[in-house]
Design a protein around this ligand. Structure first.
Ligand code: SF4
Length: 384
């Protein structure tokens, strides 16, 4: 498995929309976290003889992604220890920069000093949680940074030698926030990031946002706003030289996320850390979610896999279709019955999909309806 994900669960507060598996901490238990991850690594080879650390069937590590949570809250020394261990154990034999090493960071954690330390530790790509350039919106989201911090963070990263910088933005916010999406897109482009990830706001249970909505303090965005802003992003970013290569991701100069592309092409990956998922091509496993449960189990020498599921051939095919249609590579027509099923033909007639080089590829309008397309193709409405 040449793709490795490390989940760092710590955040300083919970954003209003977030239901991720996080541990809100004022003091980051960095040493306990590093010890726990290294212990999980040690146990990997003992709990399942088929899952020896570093055993990728001859392939060396290609990508390592530190996600969260907020990995940038870890002190740089802890990041350095983790990367040294992981890159050694997972046999990154070639030059370190051949491995795409991504760190998710919040703008308030990026200073020239920290960015230089990350770069020296082997990080070569940073995904920055910008979300918006509107201070009112950032406060509403419970984010810790203000808009000016985003530009300062990008400049600090560049000064530290990072060229591969990605910005996350959230769209389809409630109308009453009066967020100017065009302005945010333009400000993001003006920073010339290599990559942009755009996510529509979703209302997850047990979040502050869900509570605001249930008591009528906020109205969720309408589907029409979601579609309008999504399509606007396509035209605006295209005019700045970005190309969407996946439903939520655009890049310039071919600088795709190699790690996430591995997920979308169904490649196996190994996850470490609380709530991390792993996939070997047939079986999906996931770790216990809560940080304290994870830490205690490892301190006692116990494994942390909470459960696993064996995917049937049918499930794997459905997943392959769905993942392929998320990307600009599309779905090989050979995977479908020939000739094109009537459902797919209707999508092409409506301009929601195109056939290109023997593949069915979604247009932006099609990406807005992705679940419905997969349901149409398989005859299982809402199948994925
Ligand atoms: S920083 Fe990210 S992971 Fe942490 S609460 Fe906010 S959205 Fe969730």
């Amino acid at each position: 498995m040449p793709h490795l994900y490390l989940h760092v669960p710590f955040c300083q507060r919970r954003c209003s929309y977030c239901d991720f598996s996080i541990a809100v901490r004022k003091r980051i238990p960095a040493r306990e976290y590093v010890d726990a991850v290294l212990q999980e690594l040690k146990l990997l080879g003992t709990t399942d003889p088929g899952r020896q650390p570093g055993d990728f069937g001859g392939e060396s590590l290609q990508t390592l992604y530190l996600g969260g949570g907020t990995p940038s809250l870890l002190p740089p020394e802890a990041i350095s220890v983790l990367l040294t261990s992981l890159l050694d154990v997972f046999r990154a034999t070639s030059s370190r920069d051949a491995v795409e090493v991504t760190l998710e960071a919040n703008p308030e954690d990026v200073k020239l000093e920290s960015a230089t330390a990350w770069r020296n530790a082997g990080v070569n790509r940073v995904s920055l949680g910008a979300q918006s350039f509107d201070d009112g919106v950032l406060q509403w989201m419970h984010r810790s940074h203000d808009a000016t911090r985003i530009g300062e963070a990008v400049r600090a990263l560049r000064a530290a030698g990072f060229e591969n910088i990605s910005l996350d933005l959230i769209f389809a916010l409630p109308a009453e926030l009066e967020r100017d999406w065009t302005r945010d897109l333009d400000l993001a482009c003006s920073l010339l990031p290599a990559h942009l990830s755009l996510y529509g706001l979703t209302v997850e249970e047990r979040t502050p946002l869900a509570r605001w909505i249930s008591r009528g303090a906020v109205r969720p965005s309408e589907d029409e706003r979601y579609a309008d802003e999504y399509l606007l992003a396509h035209t605006r970013l295209a005019s700045c030289g970005y190309r969407f290569y996946e439903v939520s991701n655009a890049c310039r100069d071919g600088l795709r996320s190699r790690h996430n592309s591995a997920y979308w092409s169904g490649r196996p990956y190994q996850g470490l850390g609380p709530a991390a998922h792993s996939f070997d091509g047939r079986v999906r496993r996931w770790n216990v979610r809560a940080w304290e449960t994870y830490r205690r189990a490892l301190a006692a020498g116990n494994p942390v896999v909470e459960a696993e599921e064996l995917l049937t051939e049918e499930q794997r095919e459905l997943e392959r279709w769905y993942l392929a249609l998320r990307t600009d590579a599309g779905l090989p027509l050979a995977a479908l019955r020939r000739p094109l099923p009537p459902a797919a033909t209707r999508w092409v007639e409506r301009g929601w999909a195109e056939t290109r080089e023997q593949r069915l590829v979604c247009t932006p309008e099609g990406w807005l309806r992705l679940d419905a397309l997969v349901g149409d193709l398989t005859g299982v409405a809402g199948a994925v």
